[in-house]
Design a protein around this ligand. Structure first.
Ligand SMILES: NC(=O)c1ccc[n+]([C@@H]2O[C@H](COP(=O)([O-])OP(=O)(O)OC[C@H]3O[C@@H](n4cnc5c(N)ncnc54)[C@H](OP(=O)(O)O)[C@@H]3O)[C@@H](O)[C@H]2O)c1
Length: 277
């Protein structure tokens, strides 16, 4: 596959592009002329967002893709569809996510936050690795959160519904993405695929959070931090790192632990029924 440095020739997949940070990231990248694959779970909502971005940007290279990330079968179908339909994938932005106050289960029997925020991007990224490798240099950007500092990783057992705290499940899922970022970066380094994660800032204007006692940044600024990791040539060689907005930062110690990174990787292969390399 041919290498390209021109953004107009690049294909970027943004999950959760139907709202919030994902939608704003799509607006910025569409204005810059990239070809975008925009993921959502609700066809009407995604269709309206795409129509609006197309009108604003004049960019007609916007492709919709649908999947409910609470179902591994839907994630798998999305991955297979993209492997068949796409010639290249230069950047994958794993942005879709949720926080929920009530304990709920995914169709596969996992706690919902864990399933959507962690298992879905783990599975999708691994399915799309051949496409990313074939487009190298390519990038993966995972949306983590400053909230991960509040909780330690738990690699044994699923959350107990009786003791369930939505924000703990959310923060832990964002920590798992840091463990995943580092484990994946190690495996894809040789293929020219970089993997980083970002806390975009606390953004209270999306439906995910709504309020915070921490200082909030505006939506556009938050999306710019994602765009920075996706296309800035200055971070092209950086891999396996956690960024707080546009600055390199150190995650909580447990999430920097190679043994936990390896353990979660192995567990995740089993949960997602993927074969070890
Ligand atoms: N907001 C913040 O302060 C903040 C801080 C740190 C990190 N983040 C991370 O940034 C990402 C985006 O957050 P946001 O604030 O933009 O939230 P948001 O406005 O609620 O957008 C979340 C996106 O994820 C999609 N999504 C949710 N559940 C899904 C499912 N089951 N299947 C498929 N897609 C699903 C939503 O689709 P619908 O449009 O259909 O709902 C939407 O497109 C998340 O990963 C979040 O953890 C946010």
């Amino acid at each position: 596959m041919t290498q390209t440095n021109k953004l107009s020739e690049k294909t970027i997949l943004i999950t959760g592009a139907s709202d919030g940070i994902g939608r704003e990231t799509a607006r910025i990248l569409a204005a810059k002329g990239a070809r975008l694959i925009l993921h959502g779970r609700n066809p009407e909502k995604l269709g309206q967002v795409i129509a609006q971005i197309r009108e604003e940007s004049g960019n007609d290279k916007l492709v919709p893709v649908l999947a409910d990330f609470s179902s591994m079968e839907e994630v798998r179908r999305m991955g297979v569809t993209l492997l068949q339909s796409e010639k290249r994938l230069d950047v994958l932005i794993n942005n879709a996510g949720l926080m929920t106050s009530r304990h709920q289960q995914s169709v596969d029997g996992y706690e919902l936050t864990f399933a959507v925020n962690y298992l879905a991007p783990f599975l999708l990224t691994n399915l799309l690795r051949p496409l990313l490798t074939g487009s190298a240099p390519a990038r993966v950007v995972n949306l983590s959160s400053i909230g991960h500092y509040l909780v330690s990783p738990q690699l044994k057992g699923l959350p107990n519904p009786k003791l369930y705290w939505g924000w703990v499940a959310y923060c832990r899922s964002k920590g798992y993405l840091i463990l995943f970022t580092r484990a994946l970066a190690e495996r894809t380094h040789k293929d020219g695929v970089t993997v980083n994660c970002v806390h975009p800032g606390v953004i209270t204007s999306t439906k995910l959070i709504g309020w915070s006692w921490l200082k909030a940044v505006d939506l556009h600024e938050g999306a710019e931090a994602v765009v920075n990791l996706a296309i800035n040539p200055q971070v092209e060689q950086v891999t396996g790192q956690y960024f707080s907005r546009k600055r390199l930062a150190k995650p909580r110690a447990e999430y920097r632990d190679p043994r936990r990174q390896a353990a979660l990787w192995d567990l995740s292969l089993g949960w997602c029924q993927l074969k070890p390399e």
